[in-house]
Design a protein around this ligand. Sequence first.
Ligand code: MN
Length: 309
Amino acid sequence: MGTTLGQRIRGQITTGRTYDLIMKVFESRAATVGDSTVSRALPQREHRTVGAWCFLDHFGPSEPGAADGISVGPHPHCGLATVTWLIRGSAVHTDSLGSEQLIEPGQLNLMTAGRGIAHAEQTPIDRRGELHGVQFWVAQPEATRHSTPAFEHHAALPKMEIGSFSATVLLGSFGGVASPARSDTRLVGVELNGTSKSGTELGLEPCLAPRGGGGGRRHPHHRSTIVEPGTIVYMDVGTPSVHLAIDEPTRWMLIGGEPFEAPVKMWWNFVGRTHEEMTEAVTMWNEGNDRFGEVRSALGRIAAPVTPW
Ligand code: MN
């Protein structure tokens, strides 16, 4: 599973030999967050989650020199962790636990909402400018989704060289290197940064045994596709490896994980299992219930949209 981040560049992805492999390519769609337009790779209508990963937003790159930044007022979350990773620019996170944290490129903000938290994100005026990054959501399993909220900042994350790529492990472990960040399910999130024309083989942890191959009638084969910026390539459970080929500097986000325990429901900033839970969260936030707490922010509180059901 991977998504490219960039404007003009593209790469090619080829899987290792496998049986009955599923490879699907999806386009991101434009979505609005606050005053900004982002490129949303997940959820897709035909494909809601990848492991526990349930929401992938890519923002920027904004024009060089643009007076731009993040500006999202206090809003709540429950049942998910937000994973914030910047390539350019900076932002200050404040939340209802009392956290106040500047994030810069190469650092990770991981906010685990549990039963409820509220936060705001804003680029300070003196730091406004080019902005580029991602915010991903990870659904929490039943075991932790009703528990206490938490916030972690990681100023540095483990890096390694894999072929011609520089890899940073945000979550989980990859290539024998583990992120110090919390994860509630078995998953992986890695940034792969390739700076020149090259090809690199990446071994994947297949999570489950490859499917098919029975009776000797099927032959293992490779699948290959060109990956344009802003697309997400889904590879089935059991894919043993991928080969990434690039012609120009290209950044990929590799995400994966064991299949999630249950289908998730998502509404606005909430992840849960039933419509009733979503409705209850909307009502509690809009009525100012202390479930989500208070955030110190100069920005206005964002009201939850009424559920359509
Ligand atoms: Mn948020």
